[in-house]
Design a binder for this molecule. Sequence first.
Ligand SMILES: NC(=O)c1ccc[n+]([C@@H]2O[C@H](COP(=O)([O-])OP(=O)(O)OC[C@H]3O[C@@H](n4cnc5c(N)ncnc54)[C@H](OP(=O)(O)O)[C@@H]3O)[C@@H](O)[C@H]2O)c1
Length: 318
Amino acid sequence: MRTRKLRDIEVSEIGYGCMGFSHGYGALPSKEDAIRLIRMAYEMGCTHFDTAEGYGAGANEDLVGEALAPFRHKVTIGTKLHLYHHENLAQQIEERLDASLKRLHTDYVDLYYQHRNEAGVPPEEVAGIMGKLIQKGKICGWGQSMTTAEEIRRANAVTPLSAVQSEYSMMERMFEKDVIPTCGELGIGFVAFSPMASGFLSGKCQKTDVYTGDDVRRVITRFSPENVEANQPLLLMLQRFAEQKHSTPAQISLAWMLRKYGFVVPIPGMRREERLKENLGAVELVLSENEFGEIEQALSNIVIYGNRTDEDIAKLRE
Ligand SMILES: NC(=O)c1ccc[n+]([C@@H]2O[C@H](COP(=O)([O-])OP(=O)(O)OC[C@H]3O[C@@H](n4cnc5c(N)ncnc54)[C@H](OP(=O)(O)O)[C@@H]3O)[C@@H](O)[C@H]2O)c1
């Protein structure tokens, strides 16, 4: 698989979002199955794996660490921490990183992200601490998630960011306005989470589907039956291009973002072998200038209904 740079960290063009093995999409596959799929992705050329301390209260890091242990030095692991308070910030961050390293069965993390900034900590302060962790060799680079252009600039001026990870897909393009261009300008990679809009863009979700447990599709408005119905024009457009290119809607949506920006790296979530083949296979699909232009034009005429917000996801805990 071709690679891309998140500043100076080299990753496969399409990465693997591992959250769904412990969190966020309802019923879980077995640990053996999850490890098998992660190793299969590596065999297929995927070298970028994403997790977080918060996924399954550490269980996801543990799983990802175990799966990647045989080829740890050939892959990039990204993990994340939430900052809920400002006290003893340097010590707090390093202790949390140490706990992640232990669970990941490794002594360094390639990409360490601030997952959210609940405590409202000044970005410069976090950046300074991340810089020291880079000097110590505990992390190779750092990132912010669901951040703003202003926070990116402030943090990047202290310790250059390797990546920003935020939601990006054909259904959520709000960061095209300023965050993605800011990343491009400052040489920061952009890691697109939920690139399949939680599965919607595959065209395989029906308005009658029922979601249970911690499945975010139970609460995010994109999956309300009315919005599934209202968003059909997007799927029809994807289907049309998929037929034209002998591919699938999922592949068209990934190929579109890879074609659009050279520094964007999607990390779809996949818990079935056929999804790995389909999504990772999207790197083979090249859109010509004309085809890309036609997709962009079509997208500009399609209204998107519903979204995915942290506030809606918090309703899962009610
Ligand atoms: N930084 C953050 O705040 C944040 C937030 C959310 C996620 N993330 C990261 O981003 C990763 C990806 O996010 P996501 O899991 O929401 O991504 P996603 O790929 O948009 O959605 C995953 C869902 O789509 C389904 N899917 C994916 N490809 C498919 C295909 N080809 N056909 C049919 N269904 C398909 C998956 O099904 P199956 O599971 O059934 O295979 C799963 O239900 C996460 O794993 C996590 O690492 C980060």
